[in-house]
Design a protein around this ligand. Structure first.
Ligand code: EPZ
Length: 420
């Protein structure tokens, strides 16, 4: 069993290049199913979730090969439109193959997806959207059956801008005979990246990032070379790391315009953040001040994926930090682990309140999920002595080599094999 050892209490100093975005790569990998031509994905992160997507693609009959950070995918000869339950349960994004397979083959049969446990994660909006476009979808014994051979297109208004449901609808739209209009879709940068990828395949996609997105599929897909956008949540993780530990770091390959909601509370907390092109310099030299209340919201609001790290960074801030989680019903599972360091945290309904303490002490903690695990690392950087984080499989789903990046940034971090 692997574990991450972190010696905290040292200011960071260093530079790293931020990986490509997991949450862009996964829907785009599902989208490669739409095309019989080769798709070349640059800046694709080496993550276990990306490997799972490749496993699914290979099972369906695709070829996936890596050259450094570039992934070549060719779905010319697809032979399957079902995905085994064992693969479906490895991650939430496996459900995106529903829309993609329906569009390409007219049929898909998938079991319910797995993924981080963050509370209820139904797929009702995915199904409603596909039905609105003309697919026949039925569920029985946790299997979803979808017939999409006659999808005419049409419009669907999302009651909530779900990221995954928007992506599934965009993928299904590529198999529709007529135009598709999606109202109140998700507007996350990863949705825009998928929209650009569909445009490169030949689709006409309008209104990306606005209240109404329109999609008209191409007659035939074109070969594509696409560069995955930088991972804004990985960047947010390292910004929170320097807030927590103090010091000065430089991040390359960052789109700071996608981080406005994260940068604002960090600046209120006393961090100095400077943006030059795709380089971001962040420093915290003085004391941390609690930034007050932060509430998660769909993009461009404060991302739920970064709230765990912000809370962890503020464990020693002067005053009270409140984080209201409004996207998922159970995203404070890591807080008892942080309390092992000496953190003072209380939860009232959907809000966690951190009262800053003077000192934190290293402890052994278990990652509860991907971003919860990243939060433990952020907090450990400010805790005196050694902290050990176990259950690294959660972290490896979303961070290429978290220990490498943390070391680049000046942290004393090491991945070890546990003998216990
Ligand atoms: C995506 O998950 C991301 N995953 C998540 O990142 C991220 O936290 C989330 O969007 C919100 O930004 C990927 O992109 C692979 P949603 P997704 O559908 O698509 C409810 C990470 O750590 N809902 O926008 O599952 C749902 O229960 C991961 O990188 C329905 O009710 O998010 C939740 O409360 C974790 N019915 C809310 O909407 C539906 O059919 C947001 O979910 C779908 C969703």
């Amino acid at each position: 069993m692997e574990q991450l050892s972190l010696y905290g209490g040292y200011a960071l100093s260093g530079e790293t290049t931020v990986q490509g975005a997991k949450n862009s790569a996964l829907p785009i990998l599902a989208a490669t199913v739409l095309s019989g031509e080769e798709c070349i994905l640059e800046n694709c992160p080496h993550l276990s979730d990306v490997e799972t997507a490749c496993e699914i693609l290979r099972y369906l009959g695709a070829q996936c090969t890596w050259e450094g950070e570039t992934l070549f995918v060719c779905c010319k000869d697809l032979r399957e439109n079902t995905i085994p339950q064992a693969l479906m349960q490895k991650m939430r994004s496996s459900i995106l193959f529903l829309g993609a397979l329906c569009a390409r083959t007219g049929r898909a049969e998938l079991s319910m997806p797995g993924g981080c446990q963050l509370g209820d994660r139904p797929i009702d909006l995915h199904i409603d959207a596909l039905r609105a476009l003309g697919a026949v979808v039925e569920t029985s014994d946790a299997i979803v059956y979808c017939q999409g051979g006659d999808m005419g297109g049409g419009s669907y208004r999302f009651p909530f801008p779900s990221v995954g449901a928007t992506e599934n609808a965009m993928l299904a739209a590529m198999g529709c005979k007529g135009p598709v209009s999606l109202e109140n879709p998700a507007k996350e940068p990863e949705i825009s990246d998928l929209g650009v990828f569909l445009q490169q395949l030949g689709a006409t996609v309008g209104g990306i990032g606005t209240e109404v997105m329109t999609i008209l599929p191409p007659q035939a897909c074109k070969p594509v070379r696409h560069r995955i956008i930088p991972d804004r949540i990985a960047a947010a993780t390292y910004l929170c790391a320097v807030a927590s530990a103090g010091g000065k770091i430089v991040l390359q390959n960052v789109d700071a315009s996608q981080l406005t909601a994260v940068i604002a509370p960090l600046r209120r907390a006393g961090c100095k953040i400077r943006i030059r092109g795709d380089t971001l310099t962040a420093a915290r030299t003085g004391a941390l001040a609690a930034p007050g209340m932060v509430a998660t919201a769909p993009y461009p609001g404060f991302p739920t994926d970064a709230q765990t790290m912000l809370l962890a960074a503020m464990l020693r801030a002067d005053g009270i930090t409140g984080v209201q989680e409004r996207i998922f019903s159970d995203r404070f599972r890591q807080l008892p682990q942080l309390q092992k360091l000496g953190a003072e945290i209380t939860i009232v309904a959907d809000t966690a309140y951190v009262t800053g303490v003077r000192r934190l002490y290293g402890a052994q903690m278990r990652a509860t999920d991907l971003r919860g695990g990243a939060a433990l690392a952020v907090a450990a950087l400010a805790a005196e002595g050694e902290s050990i984080i176990t259950a690294l499989d959660h972290l490896d789903r979303g961070y290429e080599h978290i220990e490498r990046d943390l070391c680049n940034l000046g942290a004393k971090a090491e991945r070890k094999i546990s003998t216990r």
